[in-house]
Design a protein around this ligand. Structure first.
Ligand code: PGA
Length: 252
């Protein structure tokens, strides 16, 4: 894992946008894996700025999002479908037919998930997957557990995730308890992964992933250590519990 340290959230967002811009400029038909949550919002804002300032061209880009809440329609303001339109797609020249967010209204998540993974394969696979990390070490909605889903499938949200995400909802009771999420296998197939972590709320998870020298499904983000091309962009707060003696060589 390569590590890029940023001095602020804005710098983290600019550095993440630099990597996405480099890919999209060199491959107009790039396939991006996208994430929701607070962390990538600044990166999306940067991409919009670059589209407006120097016409960064998304017209041939295809995107696949990681996850969606079960029971929320795309038109629901709390859905990740809505989030993506609001925070990115409505403001750049992407062809909406080429954007994909899992359908939270599916009544057969297993079959739907297999189709979603097939669609990713048919698009040529993901060139660059953007990921956040949960305070409990989850990636997408793959929560710490004895076993993790390989492909896109139904997941039950952990108590911690429901608590963490309640800030986006009117109350904790309004947070859906299930989601459809890319599995750890779907994520690991991406050719390159960009993991973003900001703020002290992520320090424990990042510290555990980088310090322990172990991988475990009880810390899903640790499985990313098995991937050959992961770049972590991290601010100082999120990096504060990492043993710098161990990781010094990884910081670029
Ligand atoms: P956040 O969520 O960006 O809102 O902190 C990240 C995640 O849960 O993966």
């Amino acid at each position: 894992m390569k590590i890029i340290l940023a001095n602020s959230y804005n710098e983290l967002s600019r550095k993440a946008a630099d990597i996405i811009e480099e890919l999209v400029s060199s491959n107009g038909n790039a396939v991006l894996g996208l994430a929701t949550g607070s962390t990538p919002v600044g990166t999306y804002r940067e991409l919009i700025k670059r589209y407006l300032e120097h016409s960064l061209d998304f017209s041939g880009v295809t995107t696949f999002n990681l996850d969606e809440y079960i029971g929320l329609r795309a038109s629901n303001h709390d859905s990740y479908n809505y989030f993506m339109n609001y925070n990115l797609f409505d403001h750049i020249n992407i062809n909406k037919d080429n954007t994909h967010v899992p359908d939270g209204m599916t009544n057969d998540p297993r079959t739907y998930g297999r189709l979603y993974d097939r669609m990713i394969e048919n698009a040529g696979g993901i060139d660059l997957q953007i990921l956040g990390i949960g305070s409990n070490g989850h990636v997408a909605f793959n929560e710490p557990a004895e076993e993790l889903n390989l492909g896109t499938d139904l997941v039950k949200l952990s108590k911690k995730t429901i608590e963490d995400n309640s800030r986006f909802f009117e109350s904790k009771e309004n947070v859906p308890t299930e989601a459809i999420s890319m599995g750890i296998g779907s994520i690991m197939k991406a050719r390159r992964i960009l993991l973003l972590a900001s703020g002290e709320g992520k320090a424990e998870a990042i510290g555990q992933v980088l310090n322990s020298g172990k991988v475990t499904t009880w810390l899903p983000a640790s499985l990313l250590l098995l991937h050959p091309d992961v770049t972590l962009i991290c601010d100082q707060e999120a990096f504060s519990l990492v043993d710098r003696r161990i990781m010094a060589g990884a910081i670029v």
